[in-house]
Write a protein that binds this ligand. Structure first.
Ligand code: FAD
Length: 374
């Protein structure tokens, strides 16, 4: 929560971020009836911010159905008696923010931005020092420090860089996990109504998923929040979860399953209106989920000059404005001890996950089996 508040302050105020941040609120319907909503409110109270900049409360399902002239009147809220409404939540335009930050970094003159696919790290003979990286098009980058911020691809890259060195690999420290997302192109009137309303999240049930209000192109984004791994064998017996190497064919192979999953979510959120949605741009988006859902921001303990900055639980993007600061602190050995322990490669103990519902419970190939059995 402390880090989220630090990041939110920058989303609200910093010229790099504020033009892409829309504080329209969030409805969090805890179908699982966990303690999550109450914990969120208690955290706000604990930090002494509830009621000032942060407006967050439990309201009745009818209050949710009445929001924005009945935007969510068709929502299936089961037999919930209270729903979390966080008026001080926001959503952001990720692509535009990222581009602005890249442009700002390059304009300083000290950052060079190159787009290329890295095929492997360059390691010394005994695989304990990293001196750079090689790209698929044959470029060689030599560096004093290499920071892997490669998300769901991290496991594959480390195995490919040195298949016979398990101590370098991620092991069970993180898993590539996928979620199905799709976009609905709304007419102008519907888009304006949704744009003025909050993001909406169903936590639990077969309609578990989220909806982000439409962007300037009137594209409403829906995600099915039932995650899955894609466990395969690569490089002589190394088993990892990793995004498929040919994502486009996978989107078409799973087109029916993806549409079904998204239709289920939107029907639970919006009733008949959601059932009638036609999805475009369906895809599977991947993240590197860690067992305790904390980041991995650390030096690789078995490889000099190699650093990691990735991992999380489908919730790392919101920290974008502040992550660089903590990565620099890590590089300079200045990271607060408790954060260093929490984000380490080898952690003392795995505490329970904050958001159990996001953990993968099936394999990507099971999407087809589940669909054919319904
Ligand atoms: C469907 C979905 C919904 C989400 N919703 C939210 C949300 O509402 N709020 C939130 O805060 N977070 C959300 N997230 C999570 C968030 O997007 C991730 O946690 C975050 O982007 C992870 O950051 P990362 O830097 O670890 O990895 P990424 O953002 O995946 O970045 C990794 C980068 O490395 C590049 N890369 C990988 N391998 C190579 C290689 N070999 N060579 C060159 N480049 C490479 C990739 O192209 C990519 O640009 C969501 C994620 C998904 C999938």
């Amino acid at each position: 929560m402390k880090l989220a508040l630090e990041a939110k302050h920058l989303w609200r105020t910093d010229p790099l971020y504020k033009d892409f941040y829309y504080e329209r609120g969030l409805v969090w319907a805890d179908i699982n009836r966990s303690e999550f909503s109450k914990n969120v409110i208690a955290n706000y109270e604990g930090f002494g911010v509830k009621g000032s900049d942060e407006k967050c409360e439990l309201v009745t399902p009818d209050a949710i159905r009445d929001l924005n002239h009945g935007l969510f009147s068709g929502a299936d809220l089961g037999d919930l008696t209270e729903v979390l409404l966080n008026e001080s939540s926001g959503w952001v335009e990720a692509r535009e923010t990222l581009q602005k930050v890249i442009d700002a970094a390059v304009s300083t003159g000290v950052v060079k931005y190159i787009e290329t696919d890295i095929s492997s790290l360059i390691l010394d003979e005994d695989r304990s020092v990293c001196t750079g990286a090689r790209s698929v098009d044959g470029q060689v980058f030599i560096s004093d420090s290499v920071i892997l911020a490669t998300g769901a691809e991290t496991a594959r890259l480390l195995v490919k860089s040195s298949p016979e060195t398990p101590e370098l690999h991620v092991g069970s420290r993180m898993s590539a996990a996928g979620l199905i997302t799709g976009v609905v192109k709304l007419g102008q009137k519907d888009a304006e109504q949704f744009r003025s309303g909050p993001a909406f999240l169903l936590a639990g049930g077969e309609g578990q998923g989220g909806m982000i209000p439409p962007n300037a192109e009137n594209e409403l984004k829906i995600t099915c929040d039932l995650s899955f791994t894609n466990t395969i064998e690569i490089c002589n017996g190394n088993r990892i979860s990793t995004p498929p190497s040919d994502p486009l064919s996978n989107y078409s192979a799973f087109a029916a399953e993806m549409n079904h999953a998204l239709a289920t979510v939107s029907e639970h959120m919006l009733g008949d209106q959601g059932q009638a949605f036609e999805y475009e741009d369906c895809r599977i988006c991947w993240d590197a989920i860690t067992p305790d859902q904390n980041f991995i921001i650390c030096q690789h303990p078995r490889c000099k000059h190699l650093f990691m900055a990735t991992g999380g639980s489908f919730h790392s993007w919101k920290f974008f404005p502040i992550l660089g600061k903590y990565v620099v602190q890590m590089l300079e050995g200045q990271l607060d001890q408790s954060l260093a322990q929490r984000w380490a490669w080898d952690r003392d103990s795995i505490t329970s996950t904050t958001n159990e519902r996001m953990m993968p419970v099936r394999e990507m190939r099971d999407l087809k089996r589940n669909r054919s059995s319904t």
